[in-house]
Design a protein around this ligand. Structure first.
Ligand code: FAD
Length: 480
């Protein structure tokens, strides 16, 4: 690691989500004077928890999971000291439309064939459909990304003769939860990314990692402690009102509590829809700001259920061709053992179809689906329920999205943008957020003559995957 000389190295990062935390953690290693300002009284942003008054419990706004291909999120967890707070699921349990459960796991075959045997065993697809799917995956991964960017993925699927059953039971199941968007609205380049990075490039990429502690414990409490230990000044309840600029340079950050921060470098790590109002009016017509305003969003709904019995021994289930997409059993904790209440969470991404329903109706529909699958659920008494819909959960990976996402280096020389919505090549994920923070931090290092790379490399691409699917060893973002 290179040490920078003193002077000109005060950095003010605004927004304490994963992007801001990643940037702060990276820069603190280089002796920058880093201050992190967060509007709320907790860090973590969208990866956060709520206090549920009825149960008196902290519950995550939504179960957050990541795949093992998320190398930068892993690096961040390790830097913050909680890399051990995740369980890796080496098999996924799929519930077919008729309720039959199939476990999906790796075989001894090398990538990209490691999941083929499990796929061939799926009972709810015909052999012809499995073949059609295999051909489509091959075509998708071999198509140069430039030929996919800007295309509607639903059109691509129809061109590649995918049946309604395949679309509903495979493509939707994987992509709607990975990209949090409906197939009709997905840019084909992002569908390719999910399949290549998650399922084809490396045999570990697809493994799902689930936190064993609440999001608040990880990305707020533990993150704040680790950053403070590293010398970062952390400030909660500091809502930025505006950045004040002179001569095309940010001079100060002015907060709603009337405090002002002065730094040499500034980073806006807030959600994209907050950005325009925090910039001086003179920049509102700038092409980048106009583009940011055209980025669309998608909702995610999670239904939290407190039941009087265990409904399944499975820790999670992927529900195929139903309203409910994923079911997670909350990890056993002392509280659960004491009160005999079992906690489940059902997640529905791109949940626009629920907008006309009351919370009671959403709970009823979800609960009925669980009861159709598990007889113990049908007999269970619901002690409590809570529905949380994040209306702007993620930015939508609509066709053409890459033209709207800005680089981390903004049009103001001493201002970086960070956040999952900036140019990272990744969809709206914690991994994308961590990458954006690291890329923004790298830009600041470069200005100080430090060429170190902060971004973690992708998982290596298996030899057979490169040969069969023409995968490059170097990604579009230049990493091995
Ligand atoms: C319901 C839901 C489920 C999800 N599930 C997953 C999942 O399973 N896996 C996955 O990888 N990703 C998931 N995501 C996406 C993931 O949470 C986000 O991509 C990631 O957390 C974004 O981090 P960020 O730092 O870019 O932005 P944010 O988390 O939005 O952080 C921005 C921060 O800026 C703060 N802020 C805003 N305005 C100001 C201001 N004026 N002054 C100071 N601070 C301000 C906010 O309070 C916030 O803390 C999910 C998101 C949601 C909402």
């Amino acid at each position: 690691m290179t040490t920078v000389s003193s002077g000109n190295r005060r950095v003010a990062i605004i927004g304490g989500g994963i992007a801001g935390i990643a940037a702060a953690s990276a820069l603190a290693k280089y002796d920058f004077h880093v201050s992190l300002y967060e509007a709320r009284n907790q860090f973590g942003g969208r990866a956060g928890s709520y206090h549920d008054q009825s149960s008196g419990e902290e519950i995550d706004n939504c179960q957050h999971v990541n795949m093992a291909c998320c190398t930068n999120l892993k690096k961040l967890s390790s830097d913050l000291g909680f890399q051990d707070c995740f369980e890796t699921e080496k098999q996924l349990h799929f519930v077919a439309p008729d309720g039959a459960i199939t476990s999906f796991r790796e075989s001894w075959l090398p990538a990209p064939l490691h999941l083929t045997l499990s796929f061939l065993r799926l009972p709810y697809l015909s052999f012809r459909e499995k073949r059609l799917f295999g051909l489509a995956v091959k075509a998708l991964s071999r198509t140069p990304v430039e030929n996919l960017r800007g295309r509607h993925f639903a059109d691509w699927l129809r061109e590649h003769k995918q049946t309604d059953a395949l679309i509903k039971r495979v493509w939707e199941v994987v992509l709607v939860s990975a990209l949090s968007e409906s197939l009709e609205r997905i840019d084909a380049a992002y569908a390719q990314k999910v399949f290549v990075d998650g399922f084809l490039a490396n045999r570990e990429g697809w493994r799902v990692e689930i936190p064993t502690e609440s999001l608040d414990d990880l990305y707020s409490k533990r993150a704040a402690q680790a950053l403070q230990r590293a010398g970062v000044q952390v400030h909660q309840e500091h809502r930025l009102r505006e950045l004040r600029c002179e001569e095309n340079s940010v001079r100060s950050a002015y907060f709603a509590n009337e405090q002002t921060a002065v730094a040499d470098e500034y980073m806006l790590a807030v959600p994209h829809h907050q950005v325009p109002k925090l910039l001086p009016a003179e920049f509102h017509q700038h092409a980048t700001v106009q583009a940011i305003q055209r980025i669309e969003t998608a909702p995610i709904t999670s239904v939290h259920l407190w039941l009087d019995r265990k409904i399944t021994p499975l820790p999670h289930a992927v529900l195929v061709d139903r309203l409910s997409q994923w079911m997670f059993a909350r990890r056993a904790d002392p509280q659960e053992i004491k009160d005999g209440i079992f906690r489940y969470q059902v997640v529905m991404s791109a949940s626009r179809s629920l907008s006309g329903l009351s919370q009671e109706e959403v709970v009823e529909r979800v609960f009925n689906e669980l009861a159709e699958i598990w007889s113990d659920a049908a007999d269970a008494k619901m002690v409590h329920s809570r529905v949380i819909t994040e209306k702007r959960a993620v930015f939508s990976v609509t066709p053409g999205i890459d033209e709207l996402r800005p680089q981390q280096q903004s049009f103001i020389p001493n201002l970086q943008f960070a956040g999952d919505w900036t140019q990272t090549g990744w969809p709206a994920t914690m991994e994308g957020a961590a990458r954006s923070g690291y890329l923004a931090a790298e830009n600041i290092l470069r200005k100080h003559g430090i060429q170190d790379s902060i971004l973690e490399a992708d998982l290596p691409k298996a030899r057979l995957s490169r040969w069969l699917f023409g995968l490059k060893t170097v990604s579009d973002y230049g990493q091995e």
